[in-house]
Design a binder for this molecule. Structure first.
Ligand code: FES
Length: 101
């Protein structure tokens, strides 16, 4: 059963950079683009790379290992079709990011 958990503080996420966190035992990658925050699965489907150590380019998260790209909006992989990551529901509560994991 999914539950809402605090993932990180808003000020820990630098514009254009990812943050890697463990949320209730689930590895997640948090990104910020403008005033929006996105929480994706933190394990890249290519070779299990740490997506949260990646960065943002043109609305997509870029994996730091081999640069596969995933749309922030829905986790769809634009590098190799069908290798998507899960996007978790998330919201900003005060100065924290919460996700439904
Ligand atoms: S592990 Fe992410 S692109 Fe290879």
């Amino acid at each position: 059963m999914a539950e809402w958990v605090a993932v990180c503080r808003l000020d820990e996420i630098k514009e254009g950079r990812g943050v890697s966190r463990d949320a209730a035992g689930v590895r997640v990658a948090v990104f910020r683009s403008g005033d929006q925050v996105f929480v994706l699965s933190g394990r890249c489907p290519h070779a299990n790379g740490p997506l949260g150590l990646g960065w943002v380019e043109d609305g997509e998260a870029v994996c730091p290992l081999h640069r596969w790209r995933f749309r922030l909006e829905d986790g769809r992989c634009s590098t190799v079709r069908g290798h998507n990551v899960h996007r978790f529901r998330s919201e900003i509560r005060g100065d924290e990011v919460w996700a439904l994991v």
